[in-house]
Design a protein around this ligand. Structure first.
Ligand code: G3P
Length: 217
């Protein structure tokens, strides 16, 4: 399973990359705004900076919602670096844009997926990734893991190569359950990734080993 970090914060991206387990980065307009990035030049530069830190898939989201504008924007984003994946919302014009980029060999990530039907449409249009949002489904008392299972089944039934990129991942159990179901990728902020490290028995065991190691000197 691939690990992406879901942030536009360069320090956190560096920290995750230094762990040696990072396969890519996802961003969205809210995450970019949180870092105070604004204006086309600053946005493009920020993506360049991320591409210099991580050698992996870097999702860069279009800000427009019409077919023509998404194509123009996506082409500009894709020209930044070969690792850029153009992130496109699940809307009618978005599906057309996915097909356009797929035909041109440009990678895409279809975002804001909340149903198996949306994932199927995106895969039919040639999306490289679909991003079902787990946390936001849980927020409205809907079983988000059931959605991952449905998409996995559908993609496997027909051999779709589109990767399931579980997004809006909020905690370590989301990550573990996605791994059990067979999501191809999870993307989440740094804390859930770091929380996988932790176990109280590891801490107490190490404390005891350190204490006992002094008797060996
Ligand atoms: O990957 C999508 C993500 O950024 C949304 O996460 O926590 O805002 O639902 P969240």
């Amino acid at each position: 399973m691939k690990f992406f970090i879901d942030t536009a914060n360069l320090e956190q991206i560096k920290e995750a990359n230094d762990l040696g387990i990072l396969d890519g980065v996802t961003t969205n307009p809210s995450l970019m705004a949180k870092e105070g990035i604004s204006g086309t030049e600053a946005i493009l530069q920020h993506y360049k900076d991320i591409c210099e830190i991580v050698d992996g898939a870097i999702s860069a989201e279009v800000l427009s919602t019409t077919y023509e504008e998404m194509i123009a924007e996506g082409e500009t984003l894709a020209a930044i670096h070969p690792n850029i994946v153009v992130k496109i919302p699940m809307i009618k014009d978005g599906v057309k844009a996915l097909k356009y980029f797929s035909d041109k060999g440009i990678k895409t990530n279809c975002t804001l997926i909340f149903s198996a039907g949306q994932a199927l449409l995106a895969a039919k249009a040639g999306a490289s990734y679909v991003s079902p949002f787990l946390g936001r489904l849980d927020d409205i008392s809907t079983d988000s893991l059931n959605l991952i299972e449905e998409i996995r089944l559908i993609f496997d039934n027909y051999g779709f190569e589109t990767e399931i990129l579980a997004a809006s991942v909020r905690h370590s159990m989301h990550i573990i359950n996605c791994a059990k179901i067979g999501a191809d990728v999870v993307t989440c902020p740094l804390p859930p990734i770091l929380s996988l490290l932790k176990h109280p028995l590891t801490d107490s065991g190490l404390e005891q080993f350190i204490k006992d190691s002094k008797k060996l000197k």
